[in-house]
Design a protein. Structure first.
Length: 82
């Protein structure tokens, strides 16, 4: 049976069809909608549990990570094959 709820949790191949990740999206939304991005954020020191409500710009600043490096890594993960 196909996954039809619209949450895009069907895997990385679906994430490649989602819009580009931007600095104004929240950590929680990105982690939920883009498979694999939670690991990228964890590796960069972004805490999903305490920072899910932060925008990526806020989370990057809090973690001391360059925003452009974070966005590049997340968008590369978004396009990665399953």
């Amino acid at each position: 049976m196909a996954h039809e709820c619209g949450c895009h949790s069907g895997g990385a191949t679906l994430s490649a069809t989602l819009p580009k990740i931007t600095s104004e999206q929240t950590v929680g939304d990105v982690a939920h909608h883009y498979p694999g991005t939670l690991e990228v954020m964890k590796d960069m020191g972004i805490n999903h549990c305490c920072g899910a409500q932060l925008t990526l710009a806020e989370a990057a600043a809090t973690a001391g990570v360059p925003l452009d490096a974070l966005l590049k890594a997340l968008n590369e993960m978004r396009k990665a094959p399953a």
